[in-house]
Design a protein around this ligand. Sequence first.
Ligand SMILES: [Zn+2]
Length: 425
Amino acid sequence: MEMEQLCSLLRDLDALKQHPDDLTSTIDRMRERLVAMMNPAAGAASRSKIKDMSAEVVDNNPYSRLMALQRMGVVENYERIRDYSVAIVGIGGVGSVAAEMLTRCGIGRLLLYDYDTVELANMNRLFFRPEQVGMTKTDAAVQTLSGINPDVVLESYSLNITTVKGFETFLASLKAQSSHERSTGVNLVLSCVDNYEARMVVNQACNELGQTWMESGVSEDAVSGHIQLLVPGETACFACAPPLVVASGVDERTLKREGVCAASLPTTMGVVAGLLVQNALKYLLNFGQVSRYLGYNSLKDYFPAMEMRPNPQCSNPACVLRQKEYMESKPARDAAAKTKMEAEASTENECPVHLDNEWNISVVDDETETSSIRNTPDILPEGLVRELPDADSYAGPAAPVSSSAIDDDDDLEELQRQLDALNAS
Ligand SMILES: [Zn+2]
């Protein structure tokens, strides 16, 4: 592993010679590699890289439980996760936990952005450790994450995206490694920042690049949070529906009073990080329903969900441009959806997902099960006998009531007589 890191350092040095313009970013990258090499966790106890994800059920396979998702029919191709790159902006209470989850899931590449350093005041949350105090959050994250899963390519950017230079580096890093001119090199951006200004910067970058992203947030009183999916042109962007503070013309920065400390709980942060990464996995690996907006109120265990359409009068010009493109591509999108539906309808057959499995679990379709119970009421497990007659066949001991009997005008009297007879018996 160290040899690989040294080779990467050499490559970085060569790159520096060839492209002296990228001085800062290359030096940062080299620094991260050194930090990773200095990581004590990366010593004897850490594992070497694994070339292919295996589904083999053995104790020393870090991916067996993840690959089982495929065997269980949840995910079609789990190993595709290795092809994906995710950028996480803000490595705080939510971002650090999200980064750890994605690392443990075996994501291909993680880009981490933060300008802050680890403090003792962060220890009420998950992920960072007291011995990391003073390190930049990105350095500390690379240290921990590279020890957990060396297969993940980690890129850390210790910068402030709200500065002009920081924004340029942020954009360039998202675009690096892209295969097409009009696409970024990442599949998803997760915003885990704690202020409005940084969210607007992520929004600006993603609108410009047409990059799908997910927003997350935890309230200042630490008891509620939310996640939101933002697809430029298709859903509302962050500027389409500004939060109430902005709509009412108050500068958010003035709200952060000196000496007032926001509360935070590891529980709420963990829940929000879990919701965020769950949604990211569903989006990337194409399973389940991807949430558009999901809120979390811990005091009432309330999870509001909603969908927000883009605002045609959005103040962000890049958003309006993406909306126009989205509308123009509608006919092509509809045609593709129709073709897909037809193809699915023709190949649909009802064979079991697994003909055989080592756990002897059999999955039965809910409907089939219900109907089989309904149609065969007499079948009981061995050794059981019914004490009461079946509801459908029960006709009453003395006075059978047929539906035709209550068509008459006298049916009420007749019913009363039958009831009296029943009560008397
Ligand atoms: Zn917008």
